[in-house]
Design a protein around this ligand. Structure first.
Ligand code: MTE
Length: 346
C-alpha cells in the first residue's frame, strides 16, 4: 500500500467479467471453472446467489490446506446470510477468481498476483491460536477448539481497500463477539490485538531483504468495535475453505474499515488495556490511522477516498462508484464514534 505508486487498477490486471446479472449461472460456471468439478451448489449461499441442491467441492489445493474431517463437517451446514443488520448486500458479487487472485498479503509478496503464486505450499493444518493478555481463559487452542462451538454462517460484505478498489465477497465465518465471550476478557481489556503467523521459511515476504513491515503483521480493534456483530472471523469464502492467499485458515473481516484492518492467518489474539501498535500505523502514522474507518471525506495523502473502483473493472465501464461513509454500514456502527472527530481519528 505504501510502496505501490500505481494508484488505480489497470484493466489488464483484472479479468473482465460480464456475467454478473445471472448470479446462479455465473456461480455454477465460475465454480466449476475454478474447482475443476461440476459445480453442484453452494451450501449456505443465500437468496439470489444460492444454487439449488448443487454442491461445490474444494479444489485440490484447498483440500490440501484443510483436510481434516471435522473441518469438512463444519462446512456442511452454513446458514445463509441474514438479510438485516448489514450481513447481506444484494450487490453483484465479485467473481471468485478475482477474489482469490487479486490480493494484498505482503507476507507472500508486494504485487497483487504474488499471494496466489507464492502461497501454494503454505500449510494451515495443524494450526493453533494463542489467546493472551487480559482474559480469564488464556491458552493455546487448536483451530478445532477455536471453531468447535461456533456455527458457520455466510455474510456478504463490501470490502474497501484504502488503495480505492473494492469487492463484494461472500464470506463464511462467525461473529468475533461470540469467540470473545467464550474466553472472558477481564474488566481491564479495552482493546483486542491480532497477530499473523511469523514464519519466514514459508512466507517469502518475511525473508525479503527489503521489507517495510516490521513482522509479524499486527492489527487491533477497540473492544466495542470487536464486539460489534458485524465483525467477522472468517474461515471460508464462496461456501468453501479460505485459500491461503485470502488468509487461511482464519482471518478477521471488519467491513466498515479499510481492508488493512482485516488481518489474515491469525495466530494470536491478545486482550490489552492500552491501544496496541498496528502495522501500517507504525510504518506511516500520517497515512494510516488506528481507526481506518472508510470515510469519503477524509483523504489519504496519495489517494482521494470519495470514489472507488468496484472490481472487476470491465472494458466497457470503469466501475467507479461513490464511496459511502463507513463503507455503507453507518446504521450499524456510526454510534461507536459519536463525539469523535473523524478527521483526527482517521
Ligand atoms: N493481513 C496480513 N497478515 N498481511 C497483509 O499484507 N493485507 C491487508 C489485509 N490483511 C494484509 C492482511 C490488506 S491491505 C487488505 S486490502 C486485505 O487484507 C485484502 O484482503 P484480500 O486479499 O482477501 O482481498
Amino acid at each position: 500500500m505504501l510502496i505501490k505508486s500505481k494508484p488505480d487498477i489497470l484493466p489488464s490486471e483484472i479479468t473482465p467479467e460480464s456475467v454478473f446479472h445471472d448470479r446462479r449461472r455465473f456461480l455454477a460456471s465460475s465454480l466449476s471453472a475454478a474447482f475443476g468439478v461440476a459445480a453442484a451448489g453452494l451450501p449456505g449461499l443465500s437468496g439470489a446467489a444460492a444454487g439449488d441442491g448443487l454442491r461445490a467441492r474444494a479444489p485440490e489445493d484447498l483440500a490440501r490446506s484443510a483436510p481434516a474431517q471435522w473441518w469438512n463437517a463444519k462446512f456442511e451446514n452454513i446458514s445463509p446470510a441474514a438479510h438485516e443488520g448489514g450481513f447481506y448486500t444484494a450487490e453483484a458479487l465479485t467473481p471468485y477468481r478475482d477474489v482469490i487472485s487479486y490480493n494484498n498479503f505482503y507476507e507472500f509478496g508486494m504485487d497483487k498476483g504474488d499471494p496466489i503464486a507464492n502461497s501454494k505450499q503454505f500449510k494451515v493444518d495443524p494450526w493453533s491460536v494463542s489467546i493472551e493478555g487480559e482474559v480469564e481463559k488464556p491458552g493455546v487452542y487448536t483451530l478445532e477448539d477455536i471453531l468447535k462451538p461456533h456455527d458457520l454462517e455466510e455474510r456478504i460484505y463490501r470490502l474497501r481497500c484504502v488503495e480505492r478498489w473494492s469487492m463484494v465477497i461472500p464470506w463464511v465465518g462467525f461473529s468475533l463477539a461470540d469467540l470473545i465471550k467464550r474466553f472472558q476478557p477481564t474488566s481491564k481489556a479495552k482493546y483486542v490485538e491480532f497477530l499473523t503467523l511469523f514464519d519466514p521459511s514459508s512466507m517469502a515476504g518475511q525473508r525479503a531483504r527489503f521489507t517495510t513491515i516490521d513482522w509479524p503483521y499486527r492489527e487491533a480493534l477497540r473492544m466495542d468495535e470487536a464486539m460489534n456483530p458485524l465483525t467477522l472471523l472468517a474461515v471460508g469464502v464462496y461456501g468453501n475453505f479460505l485459500p491461503p492467499q485470502n488468509g487461511a485458515p482464519i482471518r478477521l473481516v471488519v467491513p466498515w474499515k479499510y481492508g488493512f484492518k482485516s488481518i489474515k492467518s491469525i495466530v494470536k489474539i491478545r486482550f490489552r488495556e492500552q491501544e496496541p501498535a498496528t502495522s501500517w500505523n507504525m510504518l506511516a502514522p500520517q497515512e494510516y490511522g488506528f481507526y481506518a474507518n472508510v470515510n469519503p471525506d477524509v483523504h489519504h495523502p496519495r489517494w482521494r477516498q470519495d470514489m472507488e473502483t468496484r472490481l472487476p473493472q470491465t472494458l466497457l465501464s470503469s466501475s467507479r462508484i461513490p464511496t459511502q461513509l463507513f463503507n455503507g454500514y453507518a446504521e450499524q456502527v456510526a454510534s461507536l464514534y459519536k463525539g469523535m472527530d473523524l478527521t483526527k481519528n482517521y
